[in-house]
Design a protein around this ligand. Sequence first.
Ligand SMILES: [Zn+2]
Length: 308
Amino acid sequence: MGNQIICPACKSRHIKHLGPVPTTNIFAGQSLPELIPGGSLFNCHECELRFKFPQIQPAELKTLYSLTGLDHWQSDSSARAEWGVARDWILATPIKFDLLDVGCFDGRFFSTLPPAFKFSGVEINPQAAEQARQKGIEIIGTDFQAIEGLPSDAFDVVTAFDVVEHITDPAGFLKQAVRVVRPGGLIIISTGNALSLPLRLLGSRHYFVVNAEHVSFISPQWCKRLAGEIGVTLIAERRFSHAIFNNIYLRIKQIALNIMYRFFLPFFVGLRRQGLSDKNVNLHPELALLPPNWMTAKDHFIVKFQKQ
Ligand SMILES: [Zn+2]
C-alpha cells in the first residue's frame, strides 16, 4: 500500500502505511464544530520521517490557527520542563548573544533568560506576537518559513519548541536553522518522540498523532542520522513529559485507559457510547474512536545540535 503516496520531505516512494488516524474535532486544543479527517500515518524508509497523509492544506491551517485564541496554549506554560533544559544549555555555551526563538508565542521562554541578550522571534499568532514585542523581542516573521529569508550566520542560538511536528519537511527547516546560526552556535528543538513506547504502542492512534495540527513525527534516532548530513553535531538529548500534573495515580490511570483503548477498543468505544466520556459521540459517532489523553508519558524529547 502507499505506492501513489510520496514522502512530503524527501519525495521518496519507499513508504509504509502504519494505520488510519482517527477523525477529530480538536484543533490546537480547542473543539471545532466540524470534523477534521485524520487520514493515515506513514513511515518513509528513505529519511525515516513519519508523516500524515492527506495533510491539512497550508491555507486551511492558517485559518484554523487564526481562530485559536491567546489563552489555550497558555495552559501549557507552567509545565515546560524542556525550557529549563534549554536555558541551562544556552547559559553553558560561551557564545550566546543573538537568540532566535521560532514559535516564540508571547516571549515566555525568553523571559526565563537574563535580559542582556538580543531576542528575536517568529510567531504566527498576532496577539502573542504583539505581547512579545512589548517585552522587547524583535518579531522577524509570522511563520517558520520566515527563516528562509534571514541572512546566514546571523544568530548564536536558534530554539524551536513544539514546532517541527507542525512542519511538512522538518529536515528542510533544520537545514535553514543551521544556515542562520554561526559556526559553533546551537540549534535546540523539542517535539514528540515517534519511537517512544507510547507512540509505538498506539501508532497512528496515539493522541499526539491524532492532533490535527501535527503532521510530522521524528525521534532522537532521526536527529542523529540527520545531524551528519547537515553539518551539525548532536551533543545532548533529554526525554520529558508535557503533563502539568504528573502524579503516580494520574500516570496509572492514563496507562490503563490507553491499554484498554489499544487492546479492547470495542469495549472502550462502548463505554463512551454509554456516556462515560466528555466526547459528544451522539452528534459525531466517529469521535468515539479518539484515543484517551496520555500526557504523563515521557513521550517528548529535546536535542541540542552544535554547528561545526
Ligand atoms: Zn522521506
